[in-house]
Design a binder for this molecule. Sequence first.
Ligand SMILES: [Zn+2]
Length: 472
Amino acid sequence: MFPALQNLRLLFPLLRYLDKTKTVSGGLSNPNKFYRIKLNNHRNIFCCIARNRKMGDERSYHNPYDDYDPERALEFVNPQESPHDIPKLKTGFKEKLIAAVDNLLGKLEPGITADGRDVSIYTGTTGFALLFFMLSKKRQDSSFLDRAARLIDGSLAKLRNRDVTFIIGDAGPLALGAVIHHLRGNHSMSSQLVERLKALSSEVVDLNSDLPDEALYGRVGYLYALLYLNQNLAPNTIEDSLIRQVIAAVLASGKALAKSERRKVPLMYVWHGSYYLGAAHGIVGILYTLLLAKDHLTDSELTEYIRPTLDFLLSTSYPGGNLPSSMGSGRDRLVHWCHGAPGAVHLYCLAYEVFGDQRYLDAAKKCGDVVWQRGLLRKGYGICHGVAGNAYTFLALHQTLNRSQAKGLGEAKDVLNLYRACRFAEWCTTFNQHQERTPDRPYSLFEGLAGTIYFMNDLQDPMEARFPAFAL
Ligand SMILES: [Zn+2]
């Protein structure tokens, strides 16, 4: 990235300066010194001199846990009476998770109203609302729904009329608000919010707008909001014709770029001048959301456009199974949900369930191995680029393997991936002890503590866990 900075002799004066100015972040037990130069909100350049390579690499800690074996898994999972039984978490471990969630919820409290201006799901108040909404469902506790309602009303009062997506933009507060108000019996308010969400579509379906197609800021981030409503409100809340228009725009945009650049792949997407591949900004997030909308796709869209693009994506993987952050990226560095294998696994698992092609499942399993080895990130415990988000890799595999086994594919239910998810949750119980920088929004859903809590609560019902604001 900065070739000159790769020369350590040039680095030392800068490092000494940073040391003096206390821009170093890191725990006392940290064997590495870690230096950060912040460039913008989402991308930071890290320079790190690893003094003890045995502790992992510059981005992840060494995974201290032994990998799965059936005996070891019994610490977390009940013995199965038959290999066809879906494995269940041990009561004792579940109780540990509940206690950890309650403890972390106490720590979250001071952060919830810290910055009311940001209403996004990614780092703002709607992210907290989504957490409390999930807790209300999983714990059957209406006080969490009341909390979610207060937060969502605060968000709705401060919409920015800028971005149209579920994670970053107004679609998140509008869609979640419609669901929460419906559950609380405020049906007219709920309908109004649905209409306001639908009114955002004109920019989305307009191919001449500057809107990208990726998940965080683009068309599929809006498409997700429509699908979310149909799943959480009522199946036909959003009519097929609108969903079709959005899908058509996403496909037309991808086809046009692929054609103009004479690509062999039928769909190509760009964001801020880079051909990103991952879940947040790239092809993974676009194809994954399109496959979530599979019932609205034609056979030819699936076979002539989406599947060849998936196959192209497979061809870009690094030999170890990780996915480059963008086309042409030669350095295998990032193992995040936003960039790399932890995002790609969701697509490959779903693609396997849609197309039944073993290559997609093999690619997903390789993603699982990458995350097991390199997923305990030094960046911390969040879900966008942290340990909790990476742990969803194992839950995606666990669910796909178990669903496939129920259809007669595979000989036994999956325990390996559940064991790995439990180990990552165990790591999350050490919240803040293994983290070499404080996220910009340390309490938020995507960068901070709220996301860690979300995962640790979700894990208690492994077959029903869903990566928030991305999976359905
Ligand atoms: Zn990220």
